[in-house]
Design a protein around this ligand. Structure first.
Ligand code: CTP
Length: 398
């Protein structure tokens, strides 16, 4: 996480310079200290006052104009935890590749030992020019992080590759850079979403689960370096590197978990699995003219309980408990009955928690430890709290 980190935000002269303001605001919101540096070119596109207002200190532009810091480039470069250049023009990329120090930003880039991340933005012809491609390849080899530009509308109405990556994607890349890699090489399987049990060819019995909490768990684990398999009933965005196994019914989810869970170090069952399904699935569509149908239900297998019974030695098994009453007592019962290491209980009746919302509030329960209350927060923060507990169990293991 970028909280407490000192990030030099270098802004160079491109039409996308205005997006640096949004990047700065997001980084400051995430707790970073943003030191803005603008090139002369950037000043033609963006008012320094605007960026100063949304960064952590006033914009610095010149090598020589600060009476308090006679050699600002070394001071700025030495104290940085990251130098982020967004947008990065072809000129600054070339200068950095060649080691040319012509202004404050290029001096900072050479004077720092901190990681450097560049976010190129330019016209398609320039981005695809062999000189630019060569410069980018050399910088990558030197360990510079490159946030690839997107395809889209460019200045002048042209459409093509070269548009600055979305500010949210750039901030996510920064977060990944600072993320603890305490799950590096760990095999994690997460289930997500509500199952849908077919009644006939068009109707299903479903539930209100959105899959957002499960997807946030997968994203958090991946960011911490885990190899993640996500068994999911929903089609939500997944971070690069996560292997998705799409399923729909409880039976399909059970089959997928039977395949993927045995080899996992950590299994988190966040899915809302139907407890009952229609005993017989009608082929085709039930017609109104045939009268009100009687749908006979049968229980589905309890996937998590099965995983608990077959749990390999050393695996950490985590369940969720959706409750409307007696949260802790009910969750504790499930913790023991399903042989879990942790259970994450959420009060699905409380405002802004549980199903469909972007936020959640949970109590994490384990055996022999006090319940941990995680107050209302976005689902990614809840996911981070769950994996913090998983990591502490792993670290305590002999
Ligand atoms: N679960 C499962 N298979 C089922 C039902 C639930 O694997 N058929 C898992 C869920 O993914 C969750 C945990 O069991 O991790 C608890 O689910 P929950 O619906 O809260 O509890 P149930 O065991 O179904 O009990 P109840 O519905 O009576 O509260």
């Amino acid at each position: 996480m970028p909280a407490g980190k000192r990030i030099v935000l270098g802004v160079t002269g491109g039409i996308a310079a205005y997006k640096a303001v949004e990047i700065s605001r997001r980084l400051v919101d995430a707790g970073a200290h943003v030191v803005p540096v603008m090139t002369a070119g950037a000043e033609r596109f963006l008012g320094a006052t605007t960026l100063s207002a949304l960064a952590s200190e006033p914009v610095k532009t010149r090598l020589w104009d600060d009476p308090d810091t006679p050699i600002p480039h070394t001071e700025i470069g030495q104290h940085a935890d990251l130098v982020l250049v967004a947008p990065a023009t072809a000129r600054v990329i070339a200068a950095y590749r060649m080691g040319l120090s012509t202004d404050l930003l290029t001096n900072v880039l050479l004077a720092t030992r901190a990681p450097v991340m560049i976010c190129p933005a330019m016209h398609t012809e320039m981005w695809e020019h062999p000189a630019v491609a060569d410069n980018i390849a050399v910088l990558r080899e030197r360990g510079v992080h490159v946030v690839e530009p997107e395809s889209g509308r460019l200045a002048g109405g042209d459409v093509g590759a070269g548009r600055l990556a979305d500010p949210a994607a750039i901030v996510a890349a920064v977060e990944r850079l600072f993320a603890p890699s305490d799950l590096a090489g760990v095999n994690v399987v997460v289930s997500a979403g509500g199952t849908r049990e077919p009644v006939d060819a068009v109707r299903v019995i479903a539930n209100r689960s959105s899959g957002k909490q499960g997807h946030a768990l997968a994203a958090e684990a991946a960011q911490r370096g885990a190899d993640v398999t996500l068994v999911s009933t929903v089609d939500l965005a997944v971070p690069a590197g996560v292997t998705v196994v799409p399923v729909e019914t409880a039976a399909q989810m059970e089959a997928a978990m039977r395949t993927h869970a045995p080899g996992a170090d950590v299994v988190v069952m966040a899915a809302a699995v139907a407890d009952f399904r229609p005993k017989a699935q009608v082929e085709g569509k039930i017609k109104k003219r045939d009268g009100v149908p009687e749908i006979v239900l049968e229980p589905t297998p309890d996937i998590l309980a099965g995983l608990g019974e077959r749990k390999p030695h050393g695996q950490i098994l985590v369940g969720f408990a959706a409750e409307t009453d007696d949260l802790v007592a009910n969750a504790e019962r499930k913790l023991t009955a399903k042989r879990l290491d942790l259970i994450v209980a959420n009060d699905v009746g409380a405002p802004a928690t549980g199903f469909r919302h972007d936020t959640n509030a949970v109590t994490i329960l384990g055996t022999g430890v006090d319940p941990q209350v995680v107050p209302l927060a976005d689902k990614r923060t809840i996911a981070a709290a769950v994996f913090d507990r998983i990591v502490s169990i792993r670290n305590a293991a002999p």
